[in-house]
Design a protein around this ligand. Sequence first.
Ligand SMILES: CC(=O)N[C@H]1[C@@H](OP(=O)(O)OP(=O)(O)OC[C@H]2O[C@@H](n3ccc(=O)[nH]c3=O)[C@H](O)[C@@H]2O)O[C@H](CO)[C@@H](O)[C@@H]1O
Ligand SMILES: C=C(OP(=O)(O)O)C(=O)O
Length: 430
Amino acid sequence: MKYIQAEYSGQLNGSVYIPGAKNSSLALLVAACLADDIVTLGGIPCIDDVSIIAGISRDIGMELKQEGGQVIIDPRKIHSAVIDPGKASSYRASYYFAGALLAKFGRVTIGFPGGDDFVSRPIDQHIKVFQALGAQVQIFDDYYVVEAAELKGAEIYFDTVTSGATINAMLAAVRAKGRTQLHNAAVDPEVVDTAVFLNQLGARIYGAGTEHIRIEGVSYLNGGTHVAIPDRLIAGAFLMAAGLNGGQVTVKDVIPEHLSACLAKMGEVGIHVECGESHITAYGTGSLKATRIRTGMYPGFATDLQQPMTALLLQAKGKSIVTDRVFPKRFAHVAQLRRLGAEIELRKESAFIRGGVPLQGSWVHATDVRAGTCLLLAGLAAEGSTIITGVEHIERGYEDVIGSFKSIGAKLSMREMDAQELPGLIHLRG
Ligand SMILES: CC(=O)N[C@H]1[C@@H](OP(=O)(O)OP(=O)(O)OC[C@H]2O[C@@H](n3ccc(=O)[nH]c3=O)[C@H](O)[C@@H]2O)O[C@H](CO)[C@@H](O)[C@@H]1O
Ligand SMILES: C=C(OP(=O)(O)O)C(=O)O
């Protein structure tokens, strides 16, 4: 079993280049299915979720090869729209294959999405989209089938703001007959990135980045080239690292506007932030103030950043409250932080933190990708050694997590737990 060992690291200083966004890349790679010619994508990170897509692509006949930092995709030989349920459920964004393959082939058989487990992650809005466009959806035990003789443009109102279903609606509607209008659409940068890419291929999507998106269906999509936007979630976590023990961290190749809410809250807790055109520097002052965080859909404070922010707030003297309204049960990291000595209570959709209590290294388990970042940051601030298992969750979203954190001075190593070591470690788990 792989694990990460984190040691108290003092001040973190340095700069890191931020890779392309996981959540954009997962949409772009599948959007490429819709093209009728070769597509080249840049900025796609080397993460486990992308490897799963590569596996699915091989199964369905989509050629996908990596050449010097670019992924070249040939969707012309796709011969199957049946996706292995095991592969579909080993990451979240497999639902994009449902929208894209439905649009291109009129039928898709696919397993349910997996990804981080926040107790409830419904896909009712995705299904609503498919049905509105004229498809039938049949649900079986471990897969579902979506099919339509013809997809026809429709008027679709989302009952809740969802980035996944907004992107999926664009994928499904882009080749539908006539006009589709999406209302109460998500305005996330990843939605805009997917629309920009599809338009580059010849799609006619208007208004992405606002709550109303209009899609005029087209019957053919060219090949083309696109570069994924930088990962605002990885960038946010690195900037927070500067606040842990009063260091200075610069993230390069970012779009600062995508991090507005995060930077505003970092300012409130006492981290000084300076933005350039494509870089941001965070200066920790060594003294953090408690605050209140409420997550919201973009441009609100990202739910994916509340977990690393919680690690930071453990260092801020006083009472902080972190409320997650997007995923009210996204708090599996709290029990693990308590193992490090954190004073943190859960009530309904909020974590109540008494910050400034010294942390002590222990054995903790990452249950999802950002819980992993949270535990990693907490481990760097805790006395002694922290053992973090559940590395597979972290590797779903982070390319070279050890190398990039080490480059800013973090004392981290990836290890393999062997039988001799286990008795020495087991007392930490309790
Ligand atoms: C692969 C990917 O891009 N993952 C991101 C995506 O997940 P994901 O696409 O799953 O999240 P959504 O944006 O769809 O979810 C937003 C909210 O809508 C609800 N909802 C969603 C779909 C649906 O059919 N019905 C419904 O009720 C969800 O429970 C949640 O409360 O956006 C989340 C919210 O920014 C991020 O945390 C994830 O990192
Ligand atoms: C929740 C996340 O991932 P996913 O939606 O892929 O589970 C995340 O990236 O924080």
